[in-house]
Design a protein around this ligand. Structure first.
Ligand code: SF4
Length: 874
């Protein structure tokens, strides 16, 4: 049994992995881990299905040819050396990731900022929480998350802003849900233009106009002040700038939020009354061209009321990635230096002396979007990407692909064999994956946990820090990177955090600078700060910051920030009147390189979607299930239409997970605008003006095949993992007969055997009595086709009767999609149980088992129960 940490979201759940000796492992929640106490969500629980070596990059490659490590490391070092010699250090860049462990992050940041002499390193966390970092620094003087997870459980009011906690941080949602169950008097407010699954436990949902968060929190600030809901002593002793903030806030207009006045009044009343208030915010706040102001408008309200740093109170930024916080600690954002230090003369000198650096970067580097713009323009001539997929995840992603393809030296360190980014890079370095990596991660409450390997390194894959250190050695910096293992790096990172600190910097884990290897191996989760002498503010206040001031500006006071509402950078127009919001679905993670391997996670949302309000659909002649083209000024995507009244009229929503690896044109970031917040550089992923039009498909189809099919050029396809096969959903504009011929040839090319035609557009390959592949085409989309054929793929041998049913008929009920990933329970089964009288989660669980394991589907089960109650009441 190995105690490790989940590699997905910023909750940072502890996991116990039990290797099975055959390359797999049993996965369970760690009951001792403070973040989850044994809970896991659907993604964490399915980690055991993602461990296979299928699709792994196992050997170094240059231009598609396998080469030895020596050759590839020489090529990377030589390439970077030559570019720097000819064009200077700012002609090179690293683009790293919140998937890296802290030790990997530390090594990459040290090499580029301390030894190559440029700060052109940015992390994909720029897309996730850079606005929170900037907001914290403006208000607190440091990037400090003041509170802890337990504050949600202790609060009387929890305000969730721009956060679909139920799907994006499910275990934290479950903790909140349990707290609400135990103390029904606790109020929960969700502020989000969409009615998400998180609203199922909300007492109030404020579906504000996209981008109007600053107006709402400014209005709240003014009203709290008017009512005298103010911690006068705290404000006087520990803050400055209230008058300016109030003046700016008074100029605002609450009506611009588009909310019912009574709902706003309730929100203000609850906020005014509840001393114990936590405001949790996430990507809906951060991913905006006004993200930093939104963060500060929220923090202003907590400073005014002094609700910060005490149990059950505070603003709380929750991160998307497992180690976004670790990246912040090592300084892997281009505008931070290391250990929460900046590019001040003093900090550059301090870090330079600590690293014994020959060539310190002296000013901030380029942020993610501008970094790839510089690659495109040729200003950056060598780029090294580690553990991330910017061709799929950055906005205006077509530009990123073109930039990489044109770059003189493009290097990627990756665990997977194929991704949109791997495909675009010349040099490919095989990196270890989650189950093999060793190091630490930091979760959203500043909790540092060990990630421990439980499977051996496969092929020639190596851990990222080792690759960085080997390149550094070839560049002549061997001494500074002569680590014998991750514990060495952790000790150095901890020592830097304490170096000439004296309480002037929040991030301090100096207590661990002298940890020995055995101690590091056994390291239990801990929340920082942890200073050598144990006197840091966090360590003396249950792990919280700022209850008694002690901010990190020079005068130790916090700053109120004057904020004014700003419309999104690109306004909807007559040509593109809809506002596109992008985000996540419950059972997928980022660009699906890992969750896409899991069969049970594929059932919930098997294809890329565009969600639309029925009124907007009607105006465009769109129906549920249509294939539609989404266009913006930057690009296009082709997606399945899903109608829902959980959106405001005029808004659309698309998940960001699908890539060119698993869909024809499902990568929504191709259409997302590249506008960024002017301070944080975080892209505005939540607002792009778009138009949507129906594509007239002449046929729709489904393929189930044991081996991947090289599809011909068709308008729409999306691939998902089945149990021992791949499933494809297809649609096209060419005549049905032409499509049938091309597709059956494509299926047979990789799934050889006799082809048998059946009725209703069914064709199949059956070899040695086993179904190798089945194709069904028809004029209409048939949601049931996958469910109809999946049982035949599971059979070792088809009987004559089976063949008859497969080819000639037999209908199946519409399952309506999968709702419970743990037990494969369909929406139809849940609906049937409700129709038969199940009126509670417990009753549904007893009848169907849905919701009785990880609990991730409970918000959707609640929604179905609520819909039934509404029907009965009507
Ligand atoms: Fe992993 Fe789920 Fe926990 Fe997030 S909530 S860390 S995805 S198990």
């Amino acid at each position: 049994m190995v105690h490790t940490t989940c590699p997905y979201c910023g909750v940072g759940c502890g996991i116990v992995a039990t290797p099975d000796g055959r390359g797999g492992a049993g996965i369970a929640g760690d009951t001792d881990h403070p973040a989850n106490r044994g809970r896991l969500c659907s993604k964490g629980a399915a980690l055991g299905e993602t461990l296979s070596l299928e699709d792994r990059l196992l050997h170094p490659e240059i231009d598609g040819r396998r080469v030895p490590w020596e050759t590839v490391l020489d090529a990377v070092a030589g390439g970077f050396r030559d570019v720097i010699a000819e064009h200077g250090p700012d002609a090179v860049a690293f683009y790293v990731s919140g998937q890296l462990l802290t030790e990997d992050y530390y090594a990459a940041n040290k090499l580029i900022k301390g030894f190559l002499g440029t700060a052109n390193i940015d992390t994909n966390s720029r897309l996730c929480m850079a606005s929170s970092v900037a907001g914290h620094k403006r208000a607190f003087g440091a990037d400090t998350v003041p509170g802890l997870y337990e504050d949600f459980e202790l609060a009387d009011l929890v305000v969730l802003v721009g956060s679909n906690l139920a799907w994006c941080h499910p275990v934290l949602f479950q903790r909140l849900e349990a707290a609400k169950r135990a103390r029904p008097g606790m109020n929960i407010v969700v502020i989000d233009p969409r009615r998400t699954e998180t609203c199922e436990i909300a007492d109030l949902h404020l579906a504000l106009r996209p981008g109007s968060d600053v107006a709402l929190f400014n209005g709240l600030l003014v009203e709290l002040h008017r009512r005298g809901v103010m911690a006068r002593k705290y404000v006087e002793r520990h803050t400055t700038g209230l008058d300016e903030a109030l003046m700016a806030a008074r100029a605002g207009d609450l009506e611009s939020c588009g909310l019912p006045a009574a709902d706003v009044a309730t929100f203000v009343e609850w906020f005014a009354r509840a001393e114990k208030t936590v405001t949790l915010y996430s990507q809906g706040v951060n991913q905006s061209s006004a993200g930093v102001d939104k963060v500060n408008a929220i923090i202003n309200c907590h400073l005014l009321t002094g609700r910060i740093g005490r149990p059950g109170m505070g603003p709380f930024s929750i991160t998307g990635q497992p180690n976004a916080m670790g990246g912040r600690e090592v300084g892997a954002l281009s505008n931070t230096l290391a250990a929460h230090m900046d590019f001040t003369l003093e900090d550059v000198d301090r870090v330079g002396r600590f690293w014994r650096s020959p060539k310190m970067a002296k000013r901030p580097g380029l942020k993610a979007v501008e970094l790839f713009d510089a690659v495109k323009s040729g200003r950056i001539k060598a780029v090294w990407i580690m553990a991330t997929n910017p061709v799929a995840s950055l906005p205006d992603s077509g530009t990123v692909r073109a930039a990489l393809q044109a770059c003189e030296l493009s290097v990627v360190s990756e665990a997977v064999r194929a991704s949109d980014t791997v495909d675009a890079c010349r040099i490919r370095l095989p990196a270890l994956a989650w189950a093999e990596k060793d190091g630490t991660v930091t979760n959203s409450e500043r909790g540092i946990s060990r990630q421990r390997p439980f499977l051996p390194a496969p092929g020639e894959a190596r851990q990222d820090w080792w690759i960085v250190a080997e390149v550094a050695r070839r560049l002549g910096f061997g001494e500074a990177f002569a680590w014998n293992g991750v514990a060495d790096i952790f000790r150095e990172h901890a020592a830097l955090s304490a170096f000439e600190n004296d309480g002037r910097r929040d991030f301090d884990i100096g207590a661990y600078a002298g940890i020995d290897d055995a101690g590091y191996d056994k390291l239990a989760p801990f929340v920082w700060p942890a200073s050598v002498d144990g006197t840091r503010v966090g360590a003396t206040n249950g792990g919280r910051f700022f209850a008694d001031g002690g901010f990190y500006h020079g005068d130790r006071r916090a700053r109120f920030i004057a904020t004014s509402p700003r419309a999104p950078m690109h306004a909807p127009s007559a040509e593109r009147p809809l506002s596109l919001n992008t985000g996540r679905v419950r059972d997928q993670w980022h660009t699906m390189t890992r969750t896409g391997k899991s069969v049970r996670l594929a059932g919930h949302r098997p294809e890329p979607l565009i969600e639309l309000h029925p009124d907007d659909a009607l105006a465009r002649g769109l129906s549920d299930g249509d294939i539609a083209e989404v266009t913006s000024a930057w690009g296009r995507a082709v997606l399945r239409v899903h109608l829902t009244d959980s959106l405001r009229v005029g808004d659309a929503f698309a998940p960001m997970h699908w890539t060119a690896q698993v869909s024809r044109a499902g990568a929504i970031n191709a259409a997302v605008n590249p506008a960024v917040d002017p301070i944080s550089g975080q892209p505005e992923l939540k607002h792009t003006p778009i138009e949507i039009r129906r594509l007239d498909m002449r046929w729709h189809g489904t393929i189930l095949a044991r081996r991947p099919v090289m599809l011909p050029e068709i308008t729409y396809w999306a691939r998902a993992k089945g149990a021992g096969y791949y499933s494809y959903l297809l649609a096209g504009e060419q005549p049905l007969g032409v499509a049938r011929q091309a597709l059956s040839a494509a299926v047979r090319a990789t799934n050889p055997g006799p082809w048998l035609n059946g009725e209703q557009g069914v064709g199949s390959v059956i070899s040695d009595g086993q179904l190798e592949a089945v194709l069904v085409l028809g004029p209409r989309h048939d949601e049931r086709a996958r469910d109809r054929f999946a049982p035949f793929m599971a059979m070792d041998r088809l009987s004559v009767e089976d063949r008859n049913v497969l080819l000639h008929g037999g209908d199946v009920a519409d399952r309506g999609g999968e709702i419970c990933a743990c037990f494969g329970v369909s929406t139809a089964a849940v609906t049937a149980a409700i129709a038969k009288g199940a009126t509670s989660l417990a009753a549904l669980g007893a009848v169907t088992r849905a919701g009785t394991n990880c609990g991730s589907c409970r918000p959707e089960l609640r929604a179905l129960l609520r819909a039934q109650r509404q029907r009965e009441a009507a």
